[in-house]
Design a protein around this ligand. Structure first.
Ligand SMILES: [Zn+2]
Ligand SMILES: [Zn+2]
Ligand SMILES: [Zn+2]
Length: 385
């Protein structure tokens, strides 16, 4: 996938070195993935399902069924998408184990409050009103505005009020799938997904060099497009990528039209409207549902994977699934270079450098504090089944 001749991989017996390596390189792996798969049509011999209509449209959606427990802290920000300012993306780390040494001298009542948080954030369990910096305050305010926009929107497709507490503590993934059934982008979504987060994911995808087809099917396409227009020059600053998103054709497929009340949801925002038919006629707009149905079967396995392992795991399983869908062989060196696919611009950090630049001792101590597959996760999940 890259121009590199050699690649250094972490010491296989040290979990800590894996975690730090995957965390530091999460962006590199994702950029490599989306650059390659959004250009898969350039690969010689690619047999994606709709060869003559490759990348005609894309479908995006969020899957929360393959959820796992994450830290309850909601204010972690990403500021890499400049048009949007700080985006509250949530903390993907696993919550503390109840046996964690960090909770040793804390009363049972407080322990129960803290155990929903990770080692970095458990103090928020005791003092939920810890004063945040201006960036997180801004990010939270923008997130609330987005939720309010959705709550008062005419078509309320995704409303699921009772579940708020549950979603606050779980992560699923969002996927961008092309009509030719290739996963071109994905992201772990910590807590429930809203319009601001969807905009962020799509803009981040474009910033990292991914290519999006001209038309998109999404079950809340009307709300999404209304949100983009409403927030243009307000919380979303103009840029070529924002303009690109505004110029796409958005559609709600016929399977999702039921709860829509806007008149345009059945006309200009419908896949069968004459303007949209060239992009959707004869195309499968159920690619996300089919993918999610497959991953629902694997939910027990996915629950046990924690960040940042989860990031590299999704990268690999989606890559192999795409390889099988397109008949592109995964063991073909320099395939991206041979197919004129640009290499990633972010750099790959070698694990020896990462280990040297971190406070090894401190991390090593905290390592045993995080809940993992062998802990009380199953028990906690059962209350939601
Ligand atoms: Zn294709
Ligand atoms: Zn956290
Ligand atoms: Zn609608």
């Amino acid at each position: 996938m890259t121009n590199l001749h050699t690649i250094q991989i972490p010491d296989i017996i040290q979990r800590l070195s894996h975690n730090m390596y995957f965390e530091a390189n999460a962006s590199f792996f994702y950029e490599t993935f989306i650059k390659f798969w959004s250009r898969h049509g350039q690969v010689e011999g690619c047999q994606c399902q709709a060869k003559d209509t490759c990348m005609l449209n894309f479908v995006f959606d969020t899957h929360m069924k393959a959820h796992r427990l994450v830290c309850a802290y909601t204010s972690s920000c990403d500021e890499s998408v400049l048009e949007m300012g700080p985006v509250a993306v949530g903390c993907p780390r696993p919550p503390l184990r109840s046996t964690s040494s960090l909770l040793k001298n804390i009363s049972t009542i407080n322990k129960n409050k803290c155990k929903h948080y990770c080692a970095d954030h458990y103090k928020y369990g005791l003092e939920p009103n810890i004063i945040e910096n201006s960036t997180t305050t801004k990010a939270n305010e923008l997130e609330r505005n987005s939720d309010e926009f959705e709550d008062t929107d005419q078509c309320t497709v995704h409303r699921d009020e009772d579940d708020t507490q549950h979603k606050r503590r779980t992560a699923g993934f969002m996927a961008i799938v092309s009509n030719c059934d290739v996963i071109i982008g994905w992201n772990e979504s910590v807590h429930s997904e809203g319009m601001r987060r969807n905009t962020y994911q799509l803009l981040r995808f474009l910033h990292l060099g991914g290519i999006l087809p001209q038309a998109a099917a999404y079950d809340s396409a009307c709300t999404f497009f209304a949100y983009l227009k409403n927030q243009y020059c307000v919380s979303i600053m103009p840029s070529p990528y924002v303009d690109e998103l505004l110029q796409k054709k958005y559609c709600i497929d016929r399977f999702h039209r039921r709860n829509h009340t806007r008149p345009e949801c059945k006309t200009v925002l419908s896949c069968s409207h004459p303007d949209n038919r060239p992009f959707f006629d004869g195309q499968n707009t159920q690619v996300c549902e089919q993918l999610f149905a497959h991953f629902t079967k694997l939910k027990a396995a996915l629950r046990s994977i924690t960040w940042p392992y989860s990031n590299i795991l999704y990268c690999l399983i989606f890559h192999l699934r795409n390889c099988s869908e397109t008949q592109i062989f995964p063991d073909n060196p320099y395939l991206a270079v041979k197919s004129n696919i640009p290499p990633p611009t972010s750099s790959l950090f070698e694990w020896t450098h990462i280990m040297a630049s971190h406070n090894y001792q401190l991390q090593h101590q905290n390592q045993g504090d995080c809940r993992r597959e062998d802990d009380d996760i199953e028990e906690t999940y059962n209350e939601y089944e």
